[in-house]
Design a protein around this ligand. Sequence first.
Ligand code: SF4
Length: 292
Amino acid sequence: MHFTDTVYRNPYWPTFPLLQITQGCTHNSCKFCTMYRDVPFRLQPTEWIEEDLRELAMLSPDAKTIQLLSANPLCMTYDKLAPILEMINRYLPKMEYIYAAMRVTDIKNKTVSELKGLRELGLREISLGVESGDDRTLERINKGYRAADITEQCRKLEAAGIDYWMTFLNGAGGKELSHDHAVNSAKVFSSLNPMVVGTGGLTLFEGTPLLTQARRGEFEPLSEAEMLAELKTFVENLTCDCYFITHHTSGAQLTGPDFLERKPRIIASLEYEIKHGDMERLAYVRSRKTSL
Ligand code: SF4
């Protein structure tokens, strides 16, 4: 298999098979991200994709699901993407469910009818690292789109019948924008119908522009208690039913389906954690993280 980058796979998806169709990230300039910093974006050569599919067809001829790599493999236009999905179906004829991460901006170059075409070829589920629905926060972390783009593009996915995940990056607005980041993100997410809402806490990694800004005093990161308080505000304001996932170091018990039914329990458990949690342990766990 031709895996050229570090493989980041969705931990909620089957571990196998994975197929790389691009290298790196087209944007590669979110201020908190180290994932593909040293990897120039490139389309994976078609012959490599075909060789990998031949190998997968031998290893797993009955595969029904597949995750595409790398950061945003669906950045391509329909005309380039459709032949790749057709090739997947040719080598793995039982394929039903193709999954990949995508940037909000990657949806822009596709019409609803093209998205429907991709769905017919098996593209069923997409993960969007949205991070925030607050314009000032999006600008601060340099996501490269605005809140209005998120709603406009996600509605196209809904019209095409493609399920999607949205992520909220807890702490991304720092102290200054924390409240607006939580409330405006919940507002944007709630105006849509994501299948999954995931939340992860901001960690400032060595080599990122956001860490440099924090050292210069231009970005004030949240404490662990403030992160939990911001997450609670986000949850309080979130009104779309979904599978809710949190990677907050304290929050494994908060993950699960039927968000609206569980919302009061999630809030109560966040309140308990804010009052009684071991913040030093949480900060220690975060300090041990080496990558997103
Ligand atoms: S967070 Fe995602 S979109 Fe942003 S630079 Fe990293 S991989 Fe690219």
